[in-house]
Design a protein around this ligand. Structure first.
Ligand SMILES: *Cc1c(COP(=O)(O)O)cnc(C)c1O
Length: 388
């Protein structure tokens, strides 16, 4: 081991060399005019990538869970009714997190591999007393993708705030925050955005900011309080330095590079590229005789795939053999099914070349486990999606 391997997990992902160079550059002062410009551009570019001209972007040092925490701490007051649509581990995380801020949480939990039952959501919002509804765009534990447009639509009709956990989707799956009526869309740097772990990123819409400003109680979390960060984000966007907590200077510089690449690629092109990656990956897994965890193809994520092991395959043996062939994959995460499946991240700086290497390594892994299949069938399936 120790030799360089492709990291094909659902975050951290493979990163562009230019992004990594920005991380390794000499660190500027956080009030340096050059850095102030970079931070300002980052905030403007986030509006573009989230498609939320009306939204307020935030960049905090932390991981995706901190972005979830910020939303919970600032938008929930004790006693608020919250409906959590859970399609896996990260939906359940919202339940645990929001409960700690005093929310009365009701969870609509999908069976593993299934999407959201919107009729149930409709009924619950019509009959219950709710202020907020959350959904996970792509639950990284199941690779199930939820329709954020429906989330926004149902939330608007029932006059509750719509919160989208987009940690495994922003800049990989289509999101139109303003047009779809989403009040908060959050992510982290290390997934489809393409910057090593370290930044919590979110864009808050006008209705959510209004809710925050109308709070009856103080935000019970010091670091996450938007009253502290809002003036900072506004200042940097107006190209003035301001201080509450030291920003992660190098990470913000790397994010400027990554968002620039996303803008240059073009959002529609980027979403299509991810869609093709998802299709090619699932088609290869199927060609190798593996079952896909999401039950419906139109609810399968394009940023990662989750597949069942064939009978008799042990996770440890398989993943070690794949690693020996040069590719790092992720094991199962959902506690109900963890030893029975594995996950492949294919987002950000990933193309057909990386996917072919990954499927090739998976074929090696299956062979090492004594699984019978037609050698090359997975590779052939990827090639068919791209070049036939
Ligand atoms: C990764 C992930 C998170 C948590 O992000 P961290 O950066 O690990 O804290 C939350 N939600 C989803 C959907 C994720 O994929």
């Amino acid at each position: 081991m120790g030799k360089r391997a492709l990291v094909m997990i659902p975050g951290p992902t493979e990163f562009e060399p230019e992004v990594l160079q920005a991380l390794g550059a000499p660190t500027a002062s956080h009030v340096d005019p050059g850095f102030v410009d970079v931070f300002g551009e980052v905030l403007e570019l986030m509006r573009t990538v989230w498609r939320s001209p009306a939204g307020q972007p935030f960049v905090l040092a932390g991981s995706g869970t901190l972005a979830m925490e910020a939303v919970g701490a600032n938008l929930v007051e004790p006693g608020d009714g919250v409906l959590v649509l859970s399609t896996g581990v990260f939906g359940d995380r919202f339940d645990d997190l929001l409960s700690r801020y005093g929310a009365r949480v009701t969870v609509i939990r999908s069976e593993v591999g299934r999407g959201v039952d919107w009729d149930r959501v409709e009924h619950e919002l019509a009959t219950g007393d709710y202020r907020l509804v959350t959904a996970t765009h792509v639950d990284t534990s199941t690779a199930v993708r939820v329709d954020p447009q429906r989330l926004g639509d149902v939330a608007r009709r029932h006059e509750v705030l719509a919160i989208l956990d987009g940690v495994c989707s922003v800049a990989g799956e289509r999101i139109d925050q303003d047009a779809w009526g989403l009040d908060a869309v959050l992510t982290a740097s290390q997934k489809a955005v393409g910057v090593p772990p370290g930044l919590a990123l979110f864009v808050i819409g006008p209705r959510a900011l209004e809710r925050f400003k109308g709070r009856h109680s103080k935000v019970p979390n010091y670091y996450c309080d938007w009253a502290k960060w809002l003036p900072i984000m506004e200042a940097y966007e107006q190209r003035r330095a301001a201080y509450f907590g030291t920003p992660a200077v190098n990470h913000v510089q790397a994010l400027r590079v990554a968002l620039g690449r996303i803008q240059d690629e073009g959002l529609d092109v980027r979403f299509k590229r991810h869609k093709r990656l998802g299709e090619a990956c699932r088609s290869a897994l199927t060609a190798l005789g593996l079952g896909i965890v999401p039950e419906n193809a139109d609810e399968a994520a394009n940023t990662l795939s989750a597949a069942w092991y064939p009978d008799g395959v042990a996770a440890g043996t398989f993943l070690a053999a794949v690693r020996e062939a040069g590719v790092v994959l992720a094991g199962g995460l959902h506690p109900k099914i963890a030893p029975k499946y594995f996950r492949i991240g294919h987002m950000g700086a990933t193309g057909p070349g990386e996917l072919l290497a990954t499927i090739g390594a998976i074929e090696c892994g299956l062979r090492a486990c004594g699984v019978e299949f037609k050698l090359g069938a997975g590779l052939r399936a990827v090639e068919r999606v791209y070049w036939s």
